[in-house]
Design a protein around this ligand. Structure first.
Ligand code: NAP
Length: 317
């Protein structure tokens, strides 16, 4: 038997949980499908679950740990009556109303919903080398804005050759002693203006034709094992911090066939959180390749809940 909900929220990062707080307070009894642990970059609570201290989320002058912030948001959503399910949506049908979601491989849908808020987030592409998963949040990060502050005076590395890598490297020179950009080729993919800025920055060094083969360190990052892609030679780069900036991918597998997306895969939204399907809204990193911050994600979750509430009202539902 399917259970019916007025608002189905898929995802439990800052956008999904903020949407849950708002729609629960609006008496819409949302169901939140939180996801389930599957890897370090894909789990309930989203990317903040693998962040240590969050110092830029307003309201916490002394900072707060990422997992604690998410636990607080979850408790706040529960307090107002949101229903949480630690599982994944296997299949979604947005082609008819009510919308239908399957949490198992049964023929019958598990949930039918008047509105759906997609808040499935994005994940950082990772190198997939030894040491990387273990040292995530222990000197290895995927977000310079979040973690750069902790590397004051350090010698660190940024891996990647695109605009993200250069932007992060330039930003990190505010804190770090030196930033070595580790790139697998001898020319950058980034835009000319970013290249010029990075090349002119005296704190930025370049490790060209260098492939990371291992992130070194027991409890904290102590270096990067590099292989020269031309000569095959191996060497160790002594760094105490590593930022992986080789791109992000939005988690859109379950909606790919239903919703309009940009060329880079992110869901097209606007006005507000409206998607190309009436009654379906998107919030957070799954539709934002520009800002990707906890606070912007939470803000867009709030927008999605308000948009869904008004949409239901306009439909007389
Ligand atoms: P990107 O342009 O796809 O660049 C990814 C970089 O990572 C490339 O240099 C790539 O190397 C490298 N890379 C990919 N997989 C790798 C692997 N397994 N091992 C080692 N290196 C790997 O991604 P992005 O920099 O995140 O940018 C995404 C989009 O956002 C771009 O369109 C970009 O212009 C835009 N953006 C713009 C700004 C800005 O204007 N300020 C800032 C950030 C992002 P190769 O070059 O060898 O392929």
């Amino acid at each position: 038997m399917s259970q019916h909900t007025r608002v189905l929220i898929i995802g439990s990062g800052p956008s999904g949980l903020t949407a849950a707080i708002y729609s629960a307070r609006a008496q819409l009894s949302p169901i939140v499908i939180e996801g389930e642990p599957s890897s370090t970059t894909d789990q309930p609570g989203g990317q903040l679950m693998v962040t240590t201290e969050v110092e830029n989320f307003p309201g916490f002058p002394d900072g707060i740990m990422g997992p604690e912030l998410m636990a607080n948001m979850r408790a706040q959503a529960l307090r107002f009556g949101a229903r949480m399910e630690v599982t994944k949506v296997q299949k979604l049908d947005l082609g008819q109303r009510p919308f239908r979601a399957w949490l198992t491989d049964d023929v019958e849908p598990s949930i039918t919903a008047d509105t759906v808020i997609i808040a499935t987030g994005a994940r950082s592409l990772m190198l997939d080398v030894p040491g990387e998963a273990r040292l995530l949040s222990h000197g290895l990060s995927t977000c310079a804005t979040c973690d750069g502050f902790f590397f004051r005076g350090h010698d660190i590395a940024v891996v990647g050759g695109g605009d993200s890598a250069l932007e992060e490297a330039i930003f990190l020179t505010r804190f770090a002693n030196t930033v070595t950009l580790v790139h697998r080729r001898d020319s950058l993919r980034a835009s000319k203006i970013m290249q010029d800025r990075a090349l002119a920055n005296p704190k930025i060094r370049f490790a060209w034709n260098s492939q990371v083969t291992e992130v070194l360190g027991d409890e904290k990052v102590s270096g990067l094992a590099l292989r020269d892609t031309l000569t095959g030679d191996s060497r160790v780069l002594d760094v105490t911090g590593v930022f992986i900036a080789i791109g992000h991918v939005p988690n859109t597998d379950i909606v790919a066939e239903h919703l309009e997306r940009h060329d880079n895969g992110y869901i097209v939204t606007g006005p507000g959180s409206f998607t190309s399907v009436d009654g379906v809204f998107a919030a957070g990193d799954v539709q934002d390749h520009e800002y990707r911050q906890a606070i912007t994600s939470a803000g867009s979750g709030c927008m999605a809940a308000i948009d869904a509430e008004r949409w239901l009202e306009a439909q007389g539902m």
